[in-house]
Design a protein around this ligand. Structure first.
Ligand SMILES: NC(=O)c1ccc[n+]([C@@H]2O[C@H](COP(=O)([O-])OP(=O)(O)OC[C@H]3O[C@@H](n4cnc5c(N)ncnc54)[C@H](OP(=O)(O)O)[C@@H]3O)[C@@H](O)[C@H]2O)c1
Length: 292
């Protein structure tokens, strides 16, 4: 047989979360990793096993899934995620995949934010397919502060954003990745669980204060109208249907609506054995990107 039983396929292995999942899994003796990407030729590390996987090209799915037992599944910032997820899960079922760890989004089950709800439909489809599963629902990525949807938000001490004074629950992508890897590697322990991942509630004004303190330079928050976000990310080439949902959530937050965006959780030590990274940790680790 060409593959070991514990072969794990990582989707989005070149993205912010997936690329951080890979080293955690490679460090685990029980897991053999294969990276799924549309551009395998760009992954030059010869020690890494990679495979062509394009969620928009169904013919690539069965070959990419051959022999795979576990999957870290993610999709990009696009409404295409709905069709892509269904195609992928159907192929994974046919291939005999056992456990799926899914990167979803924020919110509790009653959420009315559109793209969070899309992710929850994907979760339900994963369950309907009969996989053993772990659903991850991260809150806002700290890495968004480095840029998001083709937009940058921190420039020479000014943090420009579009949620008014709302407090958001933050998580570092590395903590999301560590949790994902733990759920893949110890899939039996984490089967059937939904983990919301968000550990520190801060408004952008409070983020600016933390940046000032940690980086030793003044940072200030400038609240901008949510419509400006939509205009700018679409001009930068982001997918409009998904970004309209993000815009709607920003508009609600700017208006002061309580959409549960500040919910924090205490599950990371139990999942990964380490404490969550803070905004101060993130500022320190990325000082070179923020200092001016
Ligand atoms: N940003 C946030 O605050 C936040 C919060 C909660 C949840 N999320 C969720 O996180 C997810 C995005 O994660 P991320 O930030 O890690 O994404 P990302 O950095 O934008 O990476 C996207 C990845 O998807 C892959 N990809 C794109 N189109 C593909 C296709 N057609 N077939 C196969 N692979 C494809 C890309 O791989 P290749 O280019 O190598 O093919 C890339 O590795 C979204 O589902 C979002 O809802 C984000």
């Amino acid at each position: 047989m060409a593959y070991s039983k514990s072969l794990t396929l990582v989707l989005g292995a070149t993205g912010q979360v997936g690329k951080r999942v890979v080293p955690y899994l490679q460090a685990d003796d029980g897991v053999e990793v294969v990276l799924g990407t549309r551009f395998p030729e760009k992954l030059s590390d010869p020690g890494v096993r990679k495979v062509l996987l394009d969620l928009d090209r169904p013919e690539t799915l069965a070959p990419a899934l051959a022999g795979v037992e576990r999957v870290f599944m993610m999709t990009g910032y696009s409404v295409d995620m709905l069709r892509q997820s269904k195609d992928f899960l159907n192929a994974a079922r046919r291939a005999g995949v056992r456990h799926v760890v899914h990167l979803g989004a924020c919110g509790d089950d009653d959420t009315r934010i559109d793209h969070y709800a899309w992710h929850q439909f994907v979760e339900r489809y994963i369950e309907w397919c009969g996989f053993s599963f772990t659903h991850l629902r991260p809150e806002i990525f700290m890495q968004n502060l480095l840029g998001y949807g083709g937009e940058t938000f921190v420039n020479r001490g000014v943090i420009r954003h579009f949620v008014g004074d709302a407090r958001l629950s933050w998580v570092d992508c590395d903590d999301v990745a560590a949790a994902a890897a733990a759920c893949v590697a110890r899939s039996d322990e984490h089967a059937g669980r939904t983990y919301r991942l968000g550990y520190e509630a801060k408004s952008f004004r409070e983020v600016a204060d933390t940046f000032s303190e940690v980086l030793g330079q003044p940072f200030a928050y400038e609240a901008r109208p949510p419509a400006e976000f939509l205009e700018r990310v679409i001009a930068a080439g982001a997918e409009p249907a998904y970004m309209r949902c993000v815009y709607q959530s920003y508009a609600l937050l700017t208006a002061g609506a309580d959409i549960g965006a500040d919910a924090v959780f205490d599950n990371l030590p139990a999942i990964t054995g380490r404490r969550p990274r803070t905004i101060a940790d993130f500022a320190r680790a990325n000082a070179g990107s923020f200092r001016y």
